[in-house]
Design a protein around this ligand. Structure first.
Ligand SMILES: [Mg+2]
Length: 171
C-alpha cells in the first residue's frame, strides 16, 4: 500500500486567522506583533490531537501561503510534528503545486485547505490527489469564489482524521 502524505494549509484551516487579524496589533512597521505564546490561542482546539493522530497513519506536511516568518510562528507549538522537508511556505503557493505533486507522485496525496482554488488546481494537475475542503464554523472561506466539488467537505480537523482513515481503506 502506498504511503499517504497529508498537506495542511495554515490560515483558516489550523489557525483562526480572522480572529487573529482582529485581535493582534499591527505595529508601526506594518509587521504583526505577536509572540509564540500568544499565538497558541488562535490555533483551533482540535488541531494538536488531530495532527498527532494523523502522524501515526501518514506523513504530515504544511502547504501554506504567507510570509515565512509569520507562518512558522503560527506553527511553533506543533512544529516538532513536521519534518522540514515537507513544509512549503510561499507568498504565492499555487505555483508550487506542480512540483509538490510531482515530488509525492509515488504516495497518496491528500490536501486539506479552506481554499477551493488551491484544491481545484491540485485536482487539475493530478486527478488522483484527494481534496478535502475545510469549512470552519460551517462557512465557506470569505475570499473563495471558485466553484469546485472536493472529494470531502469537513468542518473540523477531527473529521479530517476520519476521512484520511477512509482513504486508507480504499487504497
Ligand atoms: Mg487557508
Amino acid at each position: 500500500m502506498k504511503q499517504k502524505i497529508v498537506l495542511l494549509d495554515i490560515d483558516r484551516t489550523i489557525i483562526d486567522t480572522d480572529r487573529l487579524k482582529e485581535e493582534v496589533k499591527v505595529g508601526q512597521t506594518g509587521k504583526l506583533v505577536f509572540s509564540k505564546k500568544n499565538l497558541k490561542k488562535y490555533m483551533y482546539g482540535d488541531v494538536e490531537q488531530a495532527v498527532l493522530q494523523l502522524s501515526k497513519i501518514a506523513v504530515i506536511g504544511i502547504f501554506s501561503q504567507g510570509i515565512d516568518e509569520f507562518q512558522r510562528a503560527k506553527l511553533s507549538t506543533i512544529e516538532h510534528l513536521f519534518k522540514k522537508e515537507h513544509v512549503y511556505i510561499d507568498l504565492e503557493k499555487i505555483p508550487l503545486l506542480p512540483n509538490v505533486i510531482e515530488k509525492y507522485k509515488d504516495r497518496i496525496i491528500i490536501i486539506v485547505d479552506d481554499s477551493s482554488e488551491v484544491l481545484k488546481t491540485a485536482k487539475k494537475i493530478n486527478p488522483s490527489v484527494f481534496t478535502i475542503v475545510i469549512k470552519r464554523n460551517g462557512k465557506d472561506s470569505r475570499r473563495d469564489r471558485v466553484v469546485f466539488t472536493p472529494d470531502f467537505v469537513v468542518q473540523s480537523m477531527k473529521e479530517v482524521v476520519t476521512m484520511v482513515k477512509k482513504i486508507d481503506e480504499k487504497a
